[in-house]
Design a protein around this ligand. Structure first.
Ligand SMILES: C[S@@+](CC[C@H](N)C(=O)[O-])C[C@H]1O[C@@H](n2cnc3c(N)ncnc32)[C@H](O)[C@@H]1O
Length: 297
């Protein structure tokens, strides 16, 4: 970048090309999000002010952010936040950046909990990371209850990573939601409890595939959040085996996984674990899938 005048339009175009060459699959979007952060403008406002020149200080701040992104650092870590299900969540290294696909898991859990089929009881989110699933469910149920369209439920969420849990607590407190966040290995933090619904987006990448992930995922996001063992199903199998004991009769377990093959294997594991009626739901036309199963009445 030289000392010539840089308008918003010109710098966005330049950055798009630069980041694309650096390997970002979303150069233009990255540029808009980072410039919006520096100028404190929404993306739409950037477009409305295409001809506005940047001040030297703004340019210097922006350049530093672009440098970090060009080295692969995820935009969400640079900004320190990510929107999920309409909630503004803090994210930092140590926690997985919530993905849009996971919003489908929230949709399914909320749909079940607000249906006539749902038993009484609380909700459990295993492997909560930033807290995104638990917080989105709690927020949505609270919102619906305020509108007279259902009742709030207790929500508990657990994670093995103290770093992730600290960020989940920060998010819960910022959103003022009554989610109970506990440290522990899967169900170990909720002994003797039973739930109306269990949701989880556990690590499900096959160990040998971790090395082939996009660098911004592989080099920046926590391995504990990604590596699901040899076939990616280590935690999912444990969830399939243990869920029946932690669900009330008629309760739902809903998990996210990375492929149709994993979904098929999880469905079978759910049946072996005494759950019934497993369903595979593809997400957003990609390989990500959900598996839903119930504890029989
Ligand atoms: C794929 S991330 C999902 C985070 C969040 N639920 C989301 O959807 O963005 C998986 C999470 O599982 C946690 N985790 C890994 N092994 C675990 C275990 N044995 N028990 C509980 N949590 C675990 C990781 O720390 C990480 O936060």
């Amino acid at each position: 970048m030289s000392t010539e005048v840089w308008t918003i339009q010109k710098i966005l175009n330049w950055t798009r090309d630069y980041l694309t060459k650096s390997g970002s699959p979303s150069g233009r979007l990255d540029a808009e999000l980072l410039l919006g952060e520096v100028l404190k403008l929404r993306r739409l406002d950037l477009i409305l002010r295409f001809d506005q020149p940047l001040q030297a200080e703004e340019l210097a701040t922006y350049k530093a952010l672009i440098k970090r992104r060009s080295k692969g650092e995820p935009v969400a870590y640079i900004l320190g936040r990510r929107e999920f299900y309409g909630l503004d969540l803090a994210v930092r290294p140590g926690v997985l950046v919530p993905r849009p696909e996971t919003e489908s898991l929230v949709d399914e859990v909320v749909k079940f909990l607000t249906s006539d089929a749902a038993p009484q009881g609380a909700v459990l989110d295993l492997c909560t990371g930033s807290g995104c699933i638990a917080l989105a469910v709690a927020h949505t149920l609270k919102d619906k209850a305020l509108k007279g369209k259902g009742t709030e439920r207790d929500v508990i969420a657990t994670d093995l990573s103290p770093e992730a849990l600290a960020i989940a607590i920060e998010n819960r407190d910022a959103l003022d939601l009554a989610v109970d966040l506990r440290h522990g290995d899967l169900f170990a933090a909720v002994p003797g409890l039973q739930f109306a619904a269990i949701a989880s987006n556990p690590p499900y990448v096959r160990t040998e595939t971790v090395a082939w992930l996009e660098p911004d995922v592989r080099d920046f996001e926590p391995r504990l959040a990604l590596d699901g063992g040899v076939d990616g199903l280590d935690l999912l199998r444990r969830i399939a085996r243990q869920s029946k004991d932690f669900l009330v009769p008629g309760g739902l377990v809903a998990v996210e996984l990375g492929s149709r093959e994993q979904a098929q294997a999880m469905s079978e594991a759910c049946l072996q674990g005494g759950l019934s009626d497993p369903k595979i739901l593809p997400v957003m036309g990609g390989p990500t899938s959900l598996v839903l199963a119930r504890r029989p009445h």
